[in-house]
Design a protein. Structure first.
Length: 522
């Protein structure tokens, strides 16, 4: 049989394609577990080799992390403020403390009430502003200290001004409190009480012994070197002053010398309840040449106890002026015990020459020479019902304020009770070499002996050292033989030896003062 070519071609193509398909197939996979391919129900082949174990992956390499340095953050540093109130004291300072400023001041509002059997001269009951001061203190480069102050309450108004310069000085203190040289106007270094600011004295005003008799001017102008050590073993001060009082230029070419010092004997034994007991003294001398008139002496409330004027002579008034060299000295003992209670004593002796000047004879014509001699002293005891004297600080030094480290503490409260007994005995007489009262036709109003015994009871309630509520009761008893003490109020020219116009105490024996004060001391 003869095949057709087309059929032959198809057969050849099929064979060719079939072979290519078979050769292209992969060999059948060998199962890893023969039992998986065994027919269902067939037992496993015991002769079958166990399946090969899966290869264990190699262990991962151990990677040791590089050490990371641990940074410990420093605790945040609290920056001290540049302005604010540190432990009750206002301040403003530069970051490096090379400029420090302490704004401060004082306000004292008083009430006074009087009772006396004197026929005249008794002040009126009143409320008034005793002191109103603006003050600024500070440091420059921790070496230069300054104090600026002005009074705005009832000033004597020198030269028509309506304010009065108070404490105004510049001080150099390169060795801390060991040596402070200050120049300007300040509380004179005579007696403990005069060198204690009126913000922190124990009573509303200083004693008769100090304020009226010892150093009536209170403030002087000039140089003062003073200092103490950290342990408060001693204190010293020495000064060269005009000697003519607050806001007065030198009235002559003479300067006064004044100094004060104390030592604390128990302080050398270390800390203890008697560490702050001090014993000291003051001395003051100066030559006067037609200097200021002698001042009247008054009680804290303004009741006159010594009349330094002369009776009128014709149309003019003669005056008692300071003339010649005066010598005044004082002793002091201050004995605080454990800051809770204590006693204090101060004694002042004065020998001051004077001149009676009758202006009808010329401004520099001395009509008579006189002398004021005498002494005065006070005894004081005080105690704190609660709180202690550290609330108000150290008396009698007035060291510069310093910014040390910012601190915050709540205001302390304290109640202090104090009692003071004082005696004044002074005599105004003719000069030892001048005999009688010279050319004067009448004697000075307080020519003779003046004696005063005074007792004061006081209480002070403190809220920190910045607020003070005070109350004082004072009983004054007068004695002596001067016209001012013995003469009644009279306008008769022949009464009391021709003391025309003299209004004396009229043999009054006592005078009482009741006083209180609300005070701020910044």
């Amino acid at each position: 049989m003869k095949m057709k070519p087309s059929f032959i071609a198809l057969a050849i193509a099929g064979l060719f394609l079939g072979g290519r398909t078979a050769s292209a197939q992969e060999p059948p996979a060998v199962p890893s577990d023969p039992s998986l391919t065994a027919p269902p129900g067939a037992p496993p082949n015991p002769d079958a080799p166990p399946p090969p174990a899966a290869p264990t992956p190699p262990p991962a390499p151990v990677v040791v992390p590089a050490p990371v340095p641990v940074v410990v953050a420093a605790p945040p540093v609290a920056e001290e403020p540049l302005a604010g109130v540190s432990n009750g004291t206002m301040f403003l300072r530069s970051p490096d403390n090379l400029f420090q400023f302490f704004p401060n001041g004082r306000l004292q509002n008083d009430g006074y009430f009087f009772h006396s059997d004197a026929p005249s001269g008794v002040p009126r009951n009143t409320f008034f502003v005793k002191r109103a001061r603006l003050e600024l203190a500070g440091w420059i480069d921790n070496v230069v200290y300054f104090q600026i102050g002005a009074e705005f309450a009832s000033p004597p108004a020198p030269a028509g001004t309506n304010y009065v310069a108070t404490d105004n000085f510049v001080a150099l203190a390169p060795w801390g409190d060991m040596a402070i040289l200050q120049f300007g106007q300040f509380d004179a270094p005579f007696t403990l009480e005069n060198r204690t600011s009126d913000k922190y004295i124990d009573f509303m005003e200083r004693s008769l012994t100090v304020r009226a008799f010892g150093i009536p001017t209170n403030k002087e102008q000039g140089f003062m070197l003073h200092g103490t050590n950290d342990a408060r073993n001693y204190y010293y001060s020495a000064s060269i002053l005009n000697g003519d009082g607050q806001n007065f230029k030198n009235l002559d070419n003479s300067f006064d010398l004044m100094g004060r010092a104390w030592v604390a004997p128990a302080s050398f034994l270390g800390e203890g309840p008697m560490h702050d007991i001090t014993v000291g003294g003051s001395y003051w001398t100066g030559n006067r040449n037609f200097a200021n008139p002698l001042a009247n002496q008054t009680t804290p409330g303004g009741f006159k106890i010594f009349d330094a004027s002369l009776p009128k002579l014709g149309m003019d008034t003669a005056t008692l002026n300071q003339q010649g060299r005066q010598h005044t000295y004082a002793f002091e003992v201050n004995a605080p015990i454990a800051h809770k209670f204590g006693v204090r004593w101060e004694f002042v002796h004065k020998n001051q020459p004077l001149s009676a000047i009758d202006t009808t004879m010329g401004p520099t014509s001395i009509a008579a020479g006189l002398h004021l001699k005498g002494w005065s002293q006070y005894f004081e005891a005080w105690g704190w019902v609660f709180g202690d004297d550290r609330i108000i600080g150290e008396p009698g030094m007035q060291l510069p304020t310093r910014y040390k480290k910012f601190g915050v503490k709540p205001p302390q409260h304290g109640l202090m009770i104090a009692a003071r007994l004082e005696f004044l005995d002074e005599t105004l007489s003719a000069d030892d070499a001048g005999g009688p009262v010279g050319l004067l036709t009448v004697k000075p109003n307080s020519y003779g002996k003046t004696k005063v015994t005074s007792f004061t009871l006081g209480a002070n309630y403190w809220i920190s050292k910045r607020f003070r509520l005070s109350g004082n009761w004072t009983l004054n008893d007068f004695g002596g033989d001067t016209n001012y003490v013995t003469c009644p109020a009279s306008m008769m020219p022949d009464s009391c030896g021709g003391a025309k116009g003299l209004k004396g105490l009229g043999n009054a024996k006592t005078e009482q003062e009741f006083a209180f004060r609300f005070a701020i001391a910044l």
